[in-house]
Design a protein around this ligand. Structure first.
Ligand code: HXC
Ligand code: NAP
Length: 286
């Protein structure tokens, strides 16, 4: 979507960048000329991904192990990025944890774990990088948070994730205002269904994937392609989106609106049924 070299000169950190959507975003940033640091808990996964991406893009990737729940890890992540590249321009808070469960089955530890990764992980990284940017007085920096469409609506059976993502949404909008004076833009993406191993294994395990075909919930009748989300993320971390701040862009083929509109179930009616219905409704008037 963006022209070649659009992210040249940028150093971008992607949490959860070794797999799934994080990996796809990191690869697209590399193709557009950025230098990238990918981070998560599993160093072997990161190293393998980094080697593959360097080969396919010719770019530079720094893999760093970091549990975003731990402040000390995050502090070391920032130090490692600065030691290697001397600067950092954008942070993509993508790391997440999630699983489906009736809420009454959950322990407080289960809540703490998901809120720890999703909300506190995002807070830790944003705070570490933000403090650094503010102390250095370097404007033009960007934070991009990956949230979900149920951050607004809530969702049954993924309640810890819904609570945490709602917090990320509030963080995005709050800092967009508070940190604008330091030249830091804060935005978010709310994805609908994008097949990834990490999400699908935990949210649609076993036969659930066939039983509940996510594509059927989407007005566009398909799931998302990684390229589509990666292009949007590239735009939001680039200077081309320089006046967008505090925005959350939904990329879900219209999925959440379909669930929201009270009469959207009428989608199932065929033209003959509409003819019959029209006659009935008009008869009411006469
Ligand atoms: C109930 C569960 C559980 C389950 C774990 N727990 N899985 N409770 N049902 N299925 C409980 C444990 O019993 C424990 O509580 C607590 O949660 C912590 O579990 P651990 O396994 O010790 O935690 P940890 O090793 O840190 O693993 C974190 C994880 C795991 C989130 C549980 O799944 C993970 O590493 N996920 C990372 C990748 C991921 O989730 N990707 C998907 C993102 S998708 P007790 O009390 O027993 O000690 C996403 C998409 C949203 O966000 C929208 C899609 C359309
Ligand atoms: P994924 O591949 O499982 O990505 C999650 C990543 O987070 C993994 O790389 C994981 O790596 C990392 N991670 C987990 N816990 C961590 C921790 N404590 N510290 C550091 N990293 C940690 O799933 P995905 O589908 O690509 O999800 C990416 C993002 O998109 C998430 O924010 C998710 O909520 C969001 N999203 C996805 C969908 C979808 O349909 N796929 C829909 C809506 C929103 P390690 O295990 O190595 O730590």
């Amino acid at each position: 979507m963006l022209r070649e070299g659009a992210l040249k000169g940028n150093v971008i950190v992607v949490t959860g960048g070794g797999t799934g959507l994080g990996r796809s975003m990191a690869e697209t940033f590399l193709r557009l000329g950025a230098q990238v640091c990918i981070t998560s808990r599993k160093l072997e996964v990161l190293q393998a991904t980094a080697a593959e991406m360097e080969k396919t893009t010719g770019g530079t990737v720094l893999p760093v192990a970091c549990d975003v729940r731990k402040w000390q890890d995050v502090d070391q992540l920032l130090a490692a990025v600065l030691a290697r590249f001397g600067r950092v321009d954008a942070l993509v808070n993508n790391a997440a944890g999630n699983f489906i469960s009736p809420t009454e089955r959950l322990s407080t530890k289960a809540f703490e774990t998901i809120i720890g990764i999703v909300l506190m992980g995002t807070v830790n990284c944003t705070l570490a990088f933000g403090k650094h940017w503010i102390a250095k007085g370097e404007p033009g920096k960007r934070v991009l948070n990956i949230t979900t469409t149920y951050a607004w609506t809530g969702s049954a059976y993924v309640v810890p994730s819904a609570c945490a993502k709602a917090g990320v949404l509030a963080l995005t909008r709050s800092l967009a205002v508070e940190w604008a004076k330091y030249g830091i833009r804060t935005n978010a993406i709310a994805p609908g269904p994008f097949p990834t191993k990490g999400a699908w294994q935990r949210l649609l395990p076993g036969e659930l994937a066939e039983q509940f075909d996510m594509a059927k919930q989407v007005p566009l009748a398909r799931v998302g392609e990684h390229r589509e989300l990666a292009d949007l993320a590239s735009f939001l971390v680039s200077d081309y989106s320089g006046y967008i701040n505090g925005e959350v862009i939904t990329i879900d083929g219209g999925e959440w609106l379909k669930g929201a509109g009270q009469f959207n179930m009428l989608e199932q009616l065929d033209p003959a049924m509409w003819d019959a219905i029209e006659r009935m409704v008009r008869n009411v008037k006469s």
